[in-house]
Design a protein around this ligand. Sequence first.
Ligand code: HEM
Ligand code: HEM
Length: 149
Amino acid sequence: MGILIQVHSFLRWIVLILLLTAIIKSLNGMMTKRAYAASDNKISLFLLISTHTQLLAGIVLYFISPFVMFNAGTMKNNVSRFFTMEHSVMMLIAVALITIGHVSRKKAATDAAKFKKAFWFFLIAFLVIFAAIPWPFMQVAKDAVIGWF
Ligand code: HEM
Ligand code: HEM
């Protein structure tokens, strides 16, 4: 379980950096009206793969983590409520947003529409992921002893 948590914890940075890169590139594309490039496609695909890997690791962790439980105390305990409900549900929504963004961007007819789809789906996903990460300054991370990596 230790190595899986380390992978899941480190991958957050890859996902966040790729998300930010995709958001900035899309904004740049919208503003300069440039053509949708191979590098835009690549970033979106790398983002999708790292996010799906994170999803897979998260689902496995959900079954083996001591923080995930289903009993009368689940909602009363800060840490178990966070990982059983808040973190997992919000991250599932974010993964869906990235997947829909990636696919609808691919299907969009014009380059301008591709940048617009990517920008909005990825921006909202970024905000959801940022809010659902157990950052070390949050009480839940202090209680569960979770660091930056
Ligand atoms: C629980 C595990 C996973 C689920 C539920 C899942 C689900 C999905 C879904 C719904 C799509 C969109 C299909 C579409 O409409 O085009 C997709 C595409 C994809 N996923 Fe996953 N996935 C999972 C794990 C993974 C993993 C572990 C990887 C790679 C390491 C991965 C790589 C990809 C790739 C490369 C695509 C296609 C992207 C494209 O068409 O451009 N997925 N997956
Ligand atoms: C982009 C998506 C995600 C990100 C960025 C993310 C990030 C994180 C981070 C930073 C931690 C703390 C790791 C540590 O202890 O250092 C964590 C823990 C955890 N995550 Fe995620 N996560 C994502 C998706 C998911 C999903 C979809 C699920 C389940 C369906 C999930 C389930 C868990 C569980 C159960 C833990 C607690 C593991 C433990 O310490 O026992 N995560 N996640």
